[in-house]
Design a protein around this ligand. Structure first.
Ligand SMILES: *Cc1c(COP(=O)(O)O)cnc(C)c1O
Length: 407
């Protein structure tokens, strides 16, 4: 079509500042979990106001560790939106519990009424997902799990479940670091929040994730941090850094833990990313969102995502454009044309109940009509730090031309 290079979907922003910080770590003599990881944890706590943060090698690991900490296992149910990435549900399967999918609302987010209808005596955890960077309705969800009716159904089966006395809310905030809901940052909107720092996410450490604790009064977050940290390091009661202290070689294994700690190499990327996240990265992403919103608002066929409302502000992670009236096949054809213009786009996400594995367990997409309706005409557009005005215009032109060809 043209000789211009392909516009990528979401390349990371890797510049000299990050390279210098990584090299500093490489030369420091300490490359795995150590001072930079601990500093990064404190910086995330500062940024979100969470009472404690634990960094790991992925959000998936974080979600699973929290489920394990809460004692989720066989016979339990965990409520997950049908509209999410596989990680949210797969970790529930790992624990041996049952995934209960619920349909979403017309903003791609968890619908508290549908969640309420899905709660049973077996429900232990609800996992809202802040799709595209827009926080779910946490007031409605927090109120729901604290309501007398829902609490009376809850059957605690261990000490922590007894202490909380209700369903735990575990926020999959893989997209939403930097988002706000009613003046509060993602990280403190509910009991526990997990962020992802995967390469395509808003803030990256190449691979990485973090658990932010915001449990009600009475929970000893320092102690829970230690427990989760232990679970991330084979249940070994002394980490590698502690063992370097003179004479401090002896250790014990107190449980059969996992191995999912963050390295200081990864943390050094994250430290630079976080330093310039609010004033630089988010400003740029908002600018791109605003340009797309302005350009497409002139077209009757465009459903522009809402990313700033009276209650919430997005982290501007994914611009989820929808094409009004397009069928799934037409949407696919539009995407094909967009690629012909050398522009990379994506679909967030192919709903989980339609995936082979989940179908084999008996889930049926017919039960999630709103999820299907949103998915079938959704196209995610490129949003990244290095996207120039010229490229932005090329994306807009490609989308308009492609839609005109198909609709
Ligand atoms: C990326 C993503 C995850 C998983 O993050 P990892 O850090 O790759 O484990 C979980 N949930 C959602 C919605 C995601 O997009």
């Amino acid at each position: 079509m043209n000789n211009l290079p392909m516009i990528p979907f979401s390349p990371p922003r890797m510049d000299q500042k990050i390279i210098d910080e990584v090299v500093d770590t490489l030369k420091s003599g300490w490359i795995t979990t150590g001072p930079k990881t601990k500093l990064f944890e404190n910086k995330i706590s500062e940024f979100t106001q969470a009472s404690k943060t634990l960094c790991l090698n992925s959000a998936s690991a974080g979600l699973e560790l929290v489920l394990r900490w809460y004692g989720v296992g066989a016979g339990d149910e965990v409520i997950v939106p049908a509209y999410t990435y596989a990680a949210t549900a797969n970790v529930v399967v790992h624990c041996g519990a049952k995934v209960v999918f619920v349909d979403v609302n017309d903003q791609f987010l968890m619908d508290a009424q549908k969640v309420n209808a899905a709660i049973t005596e077996r429900t232990k955890v609800i996992m809202p997902v802040d799709i595209g960077g827009m926080p779910a309705d946490y007031d409605a969800l927090n109120q729901l799990v604290n309501s007398i009716e829902v609490k009376s159904k809850f059957k605690p089966e261990n000490e922590v479940q007894n202490q909380l006395g209700r369903i735990l809310i575990l926020s999959d905030a893989a997209h939403s670091l930097g988002a706000y809901y009613k003046g509060k940052a993602a990280g403190i909107l509910t009991d526990v929040t997990v962020f992802s720092f995967h390469a395509v996410k808003n803030l990256t450490t190449a691979e990485g994730g973090a658990i932010c604790l915001n449990l009600p009064q009475g929970f000893d977050v320092e102690q829970i941090y230690k427990e989760l940290n232990l679970k991330s390091l084979h249940g070994q009661n002394k980490d590698a850094l502690a063992k370097t202290q003179i004479g401090n070689w002896r250790y014990d294994i107190v449980e059969a833990g996992y191995k999912c700690n963050m390295t200081d190499i990864a943390a050094s990327i994250g430290l630079i990313e976080l330093e310039r996240y609010q004033e630089d990265m988010l400003v740029k992403r908002k600018y791109i969102f605003d340009q797309y919103a302005e350009a497409f608002s002139h077209f009757e066929w465009a459903i522009v995502p809402s990313y700033e409302t009276e209650v919430a502000t997005s982290s501007y992670h994914v611009f989820m454009l929808r094409i009004k009236g397009a069928t799934e096949a037409q949407r696919d054809a539009i995407i094909q044309h967009i690629f012909d213009y050398k522009v990379s786009v994506n679909v967030h996400f192919i709903p989980l109940p339609s995936m082979s594995y989940y179908r084999s367990l008996g889930y049926d997409m017919a039960n999630y009509p709103q999820t299907y309706a949103l998915y079938s005409n959704e196209i995610s557009l490129p949003v990244y730090y290095g996207l120039t005005d010229q490229q932005l215009q090329r994306v807009i032109d490609a989308v308009i031309s492609a839609v005109n060809k198909v609709l």
